[in-house]
Design a protein around this ligand. Structure first.
Ligand code: PEP
Length: 256
């Protein structure tokens, strides 16, 4: 990875952890992260734990992220949580378009585009998730699917906004399955993402951080993170234990 792109390791806690459990995990991450240089660390607890975890992380280098954000700032959208609400709680990043949102909750490319813009409007850095299904990979359509998702989300974005975007390449078949992309598959996808981003956004693409996500574990992290265009990781399962999450963060720190 380029020295100019500070690696980011973000933990997506999904629908796990009560407030009490989230506080215990956040405390361990905070303490373990204190000694790490050369990597940015973020955690994305469930909405219910954001406020408590945000307070617990105060004074540390670990930053708060949300797992989603609504596309409107306010209104009659029962159960939705908006960017200004998340920013007020101290969030710096918002994951948008996670595969589970797209596939379980049927979110469309257009909704993801609106969420990304809402995050930017609300001073949150979007972590835009994209990725192909197994059918698409087996059918040789991986690169075209990634390009379509990027174009839908990023086209028309100005340079200042684009500089605040992070992309996470997460092959759907690798999320929560224990089957990670090979380092070569990840590098091929990441290089393509950067090329498409360059066509859409211009030179800003050189500084774009592209995270890999999909069954990242301590034992495969160094190899994945060692790829030229892999600028960090979005971590699900392995972020639920401080020890494994911090081991991944250490692997990223060693690659700067
Ligand atoms: C994720 O939820 O974004 C993810 C990559 O999950 P896992 O690490 O469990 O595959």
């Amino acid at each position: 990875m380029s020295a100019a792109r500070l690696p980011l390791v973000a933990g997506n806690w999904k629908c796990h952890k009560t407030v009490v459990e989230a506080l215990a995990l956040a405390t361990e991450v905070k303490h373990g992260a204190g000694a790490l240089r050369g990597v940015e660390i973020a955690v994305a607890p469930p909405f219910t734990a954001l406020q408590a975890v945000g307070k617990r992380l105060e004074g540390s280098a670990v930053v708060l992220a949300s797992q989603d954000c609504h596309w409107e700032d306010a209104g009659a959208f029962t159960a939705a949580v908006s960017a200004p609400m998340l920013r007020e709680l101290g969030c710096r990043y918002a994951i948008v378009g996670h595969s589970e949102r797209r596939h379980v909750f049927r979110e469309t490319d257009d909704e993801v585009r609106k969420k990304l813009r809402a995050a930017l409007r609300g001073d949150l850095r979007p972590i835009l998730c994209i990725g192909e299904t197994l059918d698409e990979r087996d059918g040789g359509r991986t690169l075209e699917r990634l390009a379509a998702q990027l174009e839908a989300a990023l086209s028309g974005l100005g340079a200042a906004d684009a500089a605040n975007v992070v992309v996470a390449y997460e092959p759907v078949w690798a999320i929560g399955t224990g089957r990670n992309a090979t380092p070569a598959q990840a590098q091929e996808a990441h290089a393509h993402v950067r090329e498409v981003a360059r066509a859409l956004l211009g030179g800003v693409a050189d500084g774009l951080r592209i995270l890999y996500g999909g069954s990242v574990k301590p034992d495969n992290a160094a190899e994945l993170l060692g790829q030229r265009d892999v600028d960090g990781a979005l971590v699900g399962g392995a972020s639920l234990e401080a020890k494994s999450f911090l081991a991944i963060a250490r692997a990223a720190a060693g690659r700067g």
